[in-house]
Design a protein around this ligand. Structure first.
Ligand code: FES
Length: 145
């Protein structure tokens, strides 16, 4: 049911942990399943993401997508990171089962939340970044299985 890459990132997640004095921290959850993800970004003076770490209290797919998301954003500028969608994360993992697609949204939203925090701390506006929701299940259509 899961690709080898998903299993690999679930069993050996990359970049787990916290960053002290992070440039931006974002926490998002999904009230429906109760899963929570926190993303830490260390961003240098050229707006390049030097380091990214995460903590996920959630299902295997959420762990795997957050692990892959941290790998994808590292070394990117904040604007490049903003372009990383949950679809890109899923593709990098060779796909997720349809019922697990929503888990990958946590990763995308957690990156956005951390970027939002960074922008607020630095008094800047990141073009194209909308205020992230704390609970991504808010306003979500009822899922069909
Ligand atoms: Fe909640 Fe996967 S079931 S994030």
């Amino acid at each position: 049911m899961y690709s080898e890459k998903v299993m690999d990132h679930f069993q050996n997640p990359r970049n787990v942990g916290e960053i002290e004095n992070a440039s931006g921290v974002g926490t998002v959850g999904n009230a429906k399943c109760g899963d929570i993800m926190r993303m830490y970004l260390d961003i240098d003076e050229n707006q390049v993401i030097r380091e990214c770490k995460f903590k996920t209290f959630g299902c295997g797919a959420a762990v795997a997508t957050s692990s892959m998301a941290t790998e994808l954003v590292k070394g990117k500028t904040i604007y490049e990171a903003l372009q990383i969608t949950n679809k890109a994360v899923m593709e990098a993992l060779d796909g997720l089962p349809p019922v697990k697609v929503h888990c990958s949204l946590l990763a995308e939203e957690a990156i956005h939340a951390a970027l939002w925090d960074y922008a607020e701390k630095n008094g800047i506006k990141i073009e194209g970044l909308e205020k992230p929701k704390n609970d991504i299940s808010e306003g979500e259509e009822e899922e069909e299985y």
